[in-house]
Design a protein around this ligand. Structure first.
Ligand code: TRP
Length: 491
């Protein structure tokens, strides 16, 4: 049986080590930074509900399929898909899953590292007591000052990328396994302490309500697309990261239970992060829709007034950093594993992958300052005083500042200009398009091209009814859900 074979990269010590690594990959900036800020932008409870639906009906089933593929072939995602496409005589383009995944991995790693760099910066600022007694306004200014300085951003982006490279170069399991065993539990304990703190805040009820109060009228098609995309992002799905980790999973581990554990842990961390951040937002009269800076503007305020805040705050940002670190490693692993299979040394492969992602990351660095007006997919709407919309235009690229000055001179209309920076484009393209697309292809492949027998042998479900349900989910439900959301998004 093919699952008994060992790949050239090694096997995790046990099923629990796989869980640790997969949770390490899944729990990251997506949970603590991104989930709260997109929830804020899309209005709270309604968004959270759709997100939960996506996780349980699409994300977790697809995750099982992705791990299954990796364990079946025990190679890098590129070679895994190459081999399995031939074995099961599937159309050749399925082999593209590995390639699209590697590209998506580079894109994500490039901006992920820049944001993770912010957590390095904030760890240091916390440690040195910069935030003691800080007010909401100053917290905002500190963050603004960081973003406006490309050199500082670049330095911290570089530090983070070096951290990532250092672990990958040594081989993921040896470097990672032992440290993750201590760090992941520490992360959970810290989150619990912060939850305890947020429970005592006057804004707790409001924060809780914001997260869990379902208002369907707030739900637009864009919010649904974002929720679906985020469920892929937060579970590390659709680009091969989890496939690569599956390739190192012991053959006798049951897929269902293991993956549900990973998915539930990831979801709990996201909800906990929301329950920490929103009460702080509301207690300090801040805006939940602040965007990417949400975490970096709210938490320092709380830590600044908390007894022992310097200590707890430092630990918190260090732990976010660790969460980001263990995730970033999984973003690079597919490309590195592939290069190793090609005959490169692990160190060379690492340097190459990290350097490429680093260079691309400079685009994200500049998105927050020099290039902030250089935007893509710019929509322009103009309305007259009676607020009737009389002008509409769409540009693939524009310098938004120039555009606004030009428009300012044309007759009495109010213009609204909205586009995406380089960072926004990478984020949108990967999270909302490439990951869901990769996920659909993975589901279709496992659902329709692998034999039922091969899938059953590899998945090792004890309960036949559960197996049938899962297979139906990946054959029908997840492809239709993604296609439907895409279709809605385009029209
Ligand atoms: N899941 C991680 C997070 O939530 C990010 C991540 C790691 C990821 N590996 C991935 C996202 C692979 C997509 C694909 O922060």
């Amino acid at each position: 049986m093919s699952s008994e074979k060992r790949g050239m990269h090694g096997i995790w010590a046990s099923r629990w080590t796989f869980v640790l690594a997969a949770v390490g990959s899944a729990v990251g900036l997506g949970n603590i930074w991104k989930f709260p800020y997109i929830t804020g932008e899309y209005g709270g409870g309604a968004f959270v509900l759709v997100y939960l639906l996506c996780i349980f009906s699409v994300g977790i089933p697809v995750m099982m399929a992705e791990v299954l593929l990796g364990r079946k072939a025990r190679m890098s995602p590129i070679n895994t898909m190459h081999q399995l496409t031939r074995t099961y005589k599937a159309p050749k383009f399925f082999a593209g899953i590995g390639w699209i995944g590697a590209v998506a991995g580079f894109f994500i790693l490039s901006f992920y590292s820049v944001i993770a760099g912010w957590t390095v910066y904030y760890s240091l600022e916390m440690m040195t007591g910069h935030f003691v007694g800080i007010e909401a306004e100053q917290a905002g200014e500190t963050f603004g000052a960081l973003l406006s300085d490309p050199w500082v951003l670049m330095v911290f982006h570089s530090i983070f990328m070096i951290l990532v490279g250092a672990v990958i170069a040594r081989g993921v399991h040896r470097g990672l396994e032992s440290s993750l065993r201590m760090l992941m539990p520490a992360l959970f304990v810290m989150l619990l302490i912060l939850l305890g703190y947020s429970l005592t805040l006057p804004g707790f009820a409001q924060g809780f309500d914001f997260l869990f109060h379902f208002e369907p009228e707030k739900l637009g098609t864009e919010a649904i697309l974002v929720a679906l995309g985020h469920s892929f992002f937060t579970l590390s799905l659709g680009m091969g990261a989890i496939m690569a980790y599956g390739a190192y999973m012991p053959a006798d581990s049951p897929l269902g239970k293991t993956i549900v554990t990973v998915g539930v842990m990831d979801t709990l961390v996201a909800l906990a992060a929301g329950l920490v951040i929103f009460p702080i937002v509301f207690s300090n009269g801040l805006e939940p829709g602040a965007g990417p800076g949400l975490m970096f503007q709210t938490l320092p305020i709380a830590f600044g007034s908390l007894p022992g805040g310097v200590f707890i705050g430092t630990i918190f940002f260090v732990l976010v950093l660790i969460a980001a670190w263990s995730s970033a490693i999984s973003l690079a692993e597919p490309a590195v594993a592939w290069a190793v299979e090609k005959g490169f040394s692990r160190v060379r492969a690492t340097v190459f992958v990290c350097l490429l992602a680093w260079v691309l990351g400079l685009g994200t660095v500049l998105s927050f300052n020099h290039w902030s007006d250089k935007q893509f997919f710019v929509s322009v709407t103009g309305s007259s005083e009676s607020s009737e919309q009389v002008y509409e235009d769409f540009l693939l690229y524009a310098d938004v500042a120039e555009l606004k000055t030009d428009l300012g001179e044309t007759g009495g209309l109010q213009y609204n200009v909205a586009g995406k920076t380089f960072f926004d484009v990478l984020d949108f393209l990967t999270t909302n398009i490439m990951l869901p697309l990769g996920g659909v292809l993975i589901s279709l492949f496992v659902g329709w091209f692998m034999t039922r027998r091969a899938v059953a042998d590899e998945a090792r479900f004890r309960n036949p009814q559960l197996f049938r349900t899962w297979r139906f989910m990946i054959r029908v439900v997840s492809p239709l859900a993604v296609l439907f959301v895409f279709y809605q998004g385009l029209s």
